[in-house]
Design a protein around this ligand. Structure first.
Ligand code: SAM
Ligand code: DTB
Ligand code: SF4
Length: 336
């Protein structure tokens, strides 16, 4: 059954289960709704890097960070399409494009729409993450054929304002509401390992699992501690604050149990994660990753390492997500 009425105590109780019991339950839910050995492959491209006016404490692209990221303008449409073609050649199914904006300007929208149309025409699924959207901008993206919009809630409502002060948690929820209303599939998740507590991780999963409809994609990022960012420097000074792998896997498992139909993406942070930890995440229900050797600004595991890991673990690339997406959309509609 698909529930959107989870309570915080129920979610806390899942986190508290003995680890093997939690994994067993998550793997059972996963197998009921997904092919457990199939992993969706997505590729990221930063189409507009750096110089962002927001102050997200984890992000190298904020003007407040001193992480050596050079600010660029929005990439040319043709350059984006070239990069998308490469991603397709490398077996990617979804092309996710990120811009370091608080929100897009209306004057950016025609170029963004052209990019969406071009990438879609290559047979790739499209995802954009551009910051906050006005209702009109959400409609324009839907009209251009955008499949997914990524907009993370990042943490619990309580922890959010400690990581970011230039916008509110409610701003995030408002944009997610506009994306849903416009008929674009929702990709929303967050970051684990920012120094938040277990209660914050409970609040984070609770917020997503009690949205009127669960996000179709739920990225779970492990903080990539980047030198020159507030949180990266804080973790460098207090290494004990680093999230432990078991707690990260628990978060993935609880996301899987509470949002059975969603694609749960093991997102940033794989580069410094052992294969054993990643394998536990896949067992716990993660079924999507970012491939390629770069995320937005930070390094990613890379195709060679991932190819070897897939061979070792007996995982396969999801052939075509479309049937799964149609299934998930139908099931979500049936239960909502
Ligand atoms: N500017 C847009 C926004 O914030 O909505 C889109 C790009 S932003 C970089 C997308 C997401 O990447 C953030 O919401 C955050 O969850 C994730 N992210 C950014 N820096 C990260 C880091 N150092 N480690 C892990 N995840 C990170
Ligand atoms: C998401 O949840 N993770 C991606 C994507 N959505 C846009 C971004 C990860 C960024 C990691 C840090 C960097 O590359 O700067
Ligand atoms: Fe800007 Fe997004 Fe980075 Fe925040 S996470 S500073 S909004 S690019």
């Amino acid at each position: 059954m698909i529930r959107t009425d989870w309570t915080r105590p129920e979610i806390a109780a899942l986190f508290e289960l003995p680890f093997t019991e939690l994994l067993f339950r998550a793997a059972t839910v996963h197998r009921a709704h997904h092919a457990a050995d199939e992993i969706q492959l997505c590729t990221l491209l930063s189409i507009k890097t750096g110089g962002c006016p927001e102050d997200c404490g984890y992000c190298a692209q904020s003007v407040k960070a001193d992480a050596g990221v050079e600010a660029t303008k929005l990439m040319d449409v043709q350059a984006v399409l070239q990069s998308a073609a490469q991603a397709k050649d490398h077996g990617s199914q979804r092309f996710c494009m990120g811009a370091a904006w608080r929100n897009p300007k209306d004057s950016d929208m025609p170029a963004i729409a052209e990019i969406v149309k071009g990438v879609r025409a290559m047979g790739l699924e499209t995802c954009m993450t551009l910051g906050m959207l006005s209702p009109k901008q959400a409609d324009m993206l839907a009209e251009a054929g955008l499949d997914y919009y990524n907009h993370n809630i990042d943490s619990s409502p309580e922890y959010y304002e400690r990581a970011i002060t230039t916008r509110t948690f409610q701003d995030r929820l408002d944009t997610l509401g506009e994306v849903r209303r416009a008929g674009i599939a929702v990709c929303s998740g967050g970051i684990v390992g920012m120094g938040e507590t277990r209660a914050d991780r409970v609040g984070f999963v609770h917020t997503l699992a009690t949205l009127p409809r669960h996000p179709e994609s739920v990225p779970v990022n492990a903080l990539v501690p980047i030198k020159g960012t507030v949180l990266g420097d804080m973790l460098a000074d207090t290494p004990l604050a680093k999230i432990d792998d078991i707690e990260f896997v628990r978060t993935v498992a609880v996301a899987r149990i509470t949002m059975p139909l969603s694609m749960v993406r093991l997102s940033a942070g794989r580069e410094s994660m052992s294969e054993a930890t990643q394998a536990l995440c896949f067992l716990a229900g993660a079924n999507s990753i970012f491939t390629g050797d770069k995320l937005l600004t930070a390094p990613n595991a890379g195709d060679d390492a991932d190819g070897a890991m897939f061979a070792r673990l007996g995982l396969t690339a999801m052939a075509d997500e479309e049937p799964m997406r149609a299934f998930a959309t139908r099931e979500l509609a049936r239960h909502s």
